[in-house]
Design a protein around this ligand. Structure first.
Ligand code: FEO
Ligand code: CA
Ligand code: CA
Length: 653
């Protein structure tokens, strides 16, 4: 979820050709094979005369019917089963007590599954393997590590006696804040599938909780930078914790990348009261919208008060790399990848080529980024890729009206990223990446959540969640305001299956516009032909590809058109391109996050985040108590669900 987005008015005028109409024209082309030249626009993608190849196989499952937004439980397509694997508070580490919502302690929460699960990464485990390389090569799909983000705490739903924001302010204590700090970050568990059902391995040596007080290293160009130094860390090299961990990625060298998103929510303070030497910190705090008091951490811990510890805020908003195969490893903040409301960090890696990471900044009118490593990826030598993300070039995207685009380098000394504009070195550029992006003229987008690259075609997709108060349409943002979100396709140069993701040019198209297909003009959804009455959605958010190259789309805000949030899937090439089908729905109050497949495609893990939350609700009065029954005494608990097909086989057919 993306709490605390403060859209600001976009005033920059934009020349605009009717991209939505062009999209429809392209759709007609795909169906009818009309000559592109006759339609008077520059064709892109597969319309450009490229032979049809590597078409995504269609999906073969009986669609789940349309599910309204008030359902008290989850639903899955017929022929599949969806079982809760782990819930907030479940024991993870040795000595962890069973979850007792009326007697929570920080000590217990540090050993239990955290709150508000989000991104999920799966990494294989092979019995008897001695090295990460052997585990990875096994492709083991019935035994692995499940690596799960915990985005943020919600005291109103975590503790009794906090039924509204006044009660949260009055009743928060050092101990409840310590529980909150322990409930966020990341969990690593070992899991096994036996008899078709998944379970958590007890007392695993891999089990780990990472939270807001876990020591981690600062790596890359901001390591040791003057603006990263605090009294607690005078060298600017070590930071306590990670939080607001939303989306993420898995690297082919066996690590997890976790994205720190809405970091501003845990900080308070008044940017205008910062002294002149902290002018850059003030600008950053304004950009992120620090200041609305939503959480109480700074009351009990002054590192979260920007007026007391101005540099602490610079130490969050990064991609953090975690080695889940070594429970003693120190997580590293990879500052070369820039600092913003980070979403995703999805890797494209080819042996002997630089590694590419695609990322988004989930705030209205912020940007899409990619990082290209200086060193090349060594597929046969896992250890050689450690720290490869510390050195390379960060780029930000500019989309043009004509279906082309450029990746603009965020390199100190180039394009106005100089001392005159407040960038003394590359450390300044990465700390203030969003300010640097605006200096370069990057395209302002509609809240990019997730980016994924199709394993078959190598095309890249961006989910824009929307909900943006856009005044004018723009390239890759065809609707103003953008209330329902959309998905954009980015084509790195090359052909399907062979694209150069390190290149600085690209072409783009629109895969779909979300919304009800029969809504009025600007809110109307546009999908592939033949979509069913259950196939449409709103506010696409997290994405994942299955091993066969079908795109799975999670939503955060489908309730705005009366639907339960959930998961839809479609092919991205062939006759079923953008014909989305409904697969799974989450209970009332929840959004779906973190979809993740095992390597064999036979299990799909999803996170059910903030179930039971609704207007005026609380711990004592949730709108549902999922996964418990409504007549139970349990609060609703964010949980990971494992989805498999009855009798086995790939999810989606
Ligand atoms: Fe945490 Fe952008 O959703
Ligand atoms: Ca999300
Ligand atoms: Ca994803």
């Amino acid at each position: 979820s993306c709490m605390g987005d403060n859209p600001r008015v976009m005033t920059r005028p934009h020349r605009f050709s009717d991209i939505a109409d062009r999209f429809l024209t392209r759709r007609a082309l795909l169906q009818g094979g009309v000559a592109a030249a006759a339609l008077g626009f520059t064709p892109v993608g597969r319309i450009a005369g490229a032979p049809a190849r590597a078409e995504t196989p269609g999906l073969q499952f009986e669609e789940l019917g349309r599910i309204g937004k008030d359902e008290p439980t989850h639903h899955v397509a017929p022929g599949y089963r969806a079982e809760v694997l782990i819930s907030w508070g479940d024991p993870i580490l040795p000595g962890a007590p069973a979850f007792d919502p009326m007697a929570q302690t920080a000590e217990a929460q540090r050993k239990q599954f955290g709150f508000n699960c989000d991104f999920i990464g799966y990494l294989p485990l092979k019995d008897g393997a001695a090295t990460t390389a052997e585990h990875l090569a096994s492709g083991e799909s019935a035994h692995g590590l499940l690596c799960v983000n915990h985005e943020y705490s919600t005291p109103r739903y975590m503790f009794p006696g906090m039924k509204n924001s006044e009660a949260v302010a009055a009743n928060s204590t050092p101990e409840t804040i310590a529980v909150e700090k322990a409930s966020v970050g990341h969990t690593i568990i070992e899991i096994r599938k036996s008899g078709g059902a998944w379970s958590v391995v007890a007392d695993s040596p891999y089990a780990r909780r990472i939270h807001a007080e876990t020591d981690m290293d600062i790596a890359g160009p901001a390591r040791g930078h003057a603006r990263m130094k605090t009294d607690a860390d005078p060298d600017g090299v070590r930071v306590k914790g990670t939080f607001q961990n939303c989306a993420g990625g898995v690297t082919p060298w066996g690590t997890i990348l976790t994205a720190e998103e809405n970091i501003q929510n845990y900080f308070t303070g008044v940017a205008s009261k910062l002294p002149p030497e902290n002018a850059r910190e003030a600008a950053s705090a304004d950009s992120f919208s620090v200041g609305g008091r939503l959480w109480m951490w700074s009351t009990f811990d002054k590192r979260f008060d920007i007026n007391v510890t101005p540099h602490e805020f610079n130490r969050f908003g990064w991609i953090v790399e975690i080695d889940p195969y070594d429970a003693g490893s120190v997580p590293k903040k990879r500052t070369a990848l820039g600092r913003f409301r980070h979403e995703a960090a999805t890797i494209v890696a080819k042996d002997g080529k630089p590694v590419v990471a695609y990322m988004g900044d989930d705030q209205s009118f912020e940007h899409i980024y990619k990082f290209v490593s200086a060193r090349t990826y060594a597929a046969a030598d896992v250890a050689a890729n450690v720290d490869i993300l510390d050195d390379g070039t960060l780029y930000v995207a500019r989309f043009n009206d004509d279906g082309t685009g450029e990746w603009l380098p965020l390199v100190h000394g180039q394009g106005g990223l100089t001392a005159e504009n407040g960038f003394d070195d590359q450390g300044d550029v990465v700390i203030d990446a969003r300010r640097a992006a605006k200096v370069l003229g990057a395209t302002e987008t509609d809240r990019p959540e997730d980016l994924e690259t199709d394993p078959i075609t190598s095309r890249t997709y961006v989910a824009f969640t929307g909900g943006t108060d856009r005044k004018e349409a723009a390239p890759a943002a065809p609707r103003a305001p953008n209330r329902r979100g959309h998905i954009v396709e980015i084509l790195a140069p090359g052909s399907d299956g062979d694209r150069d993701h390190t290149a600085t040019d690209f072409q783009w198209d629109i895969l779909l516009l979300a919304g009800h297909p029969e809504a009025e003009t600007n809110a109307q959804g546009k999908y592939g032909p033949g979509i069913s009455d259950a196939g449409y959605f709103a506010q696409p958010d997290n994405l994942v590809f299955d091993p066969k190259g079908r795109l799975w789309i999670a939503t955060d805000g489908a309730d705005e058109i009366g639907l339960a949030d959930g998961l839809w899937a479609c092919a991205v090439t062939g006759p079923e391109r953008a014909v989305t089908r409904h697969f799974f729905s989450v209970p009332v109050g929840a959004e779906l996050t973190g979809p993740c497949f095992t390597p064999d495609g036979e299990t799909l893990f999803v996170s059910v985040q903030h179930p039971g939350q609704g207007d005026g609700g609380s711990f004592a009065e949730p709108v549902c108590r999922w996964p418990a029954a409504m007549d139970s005494a349990m609060p609703p608990r964010p949980s990971v669900v494992a989805i498999t097909r009855d009798g086995g086989g790939p999810v989606g057919g």
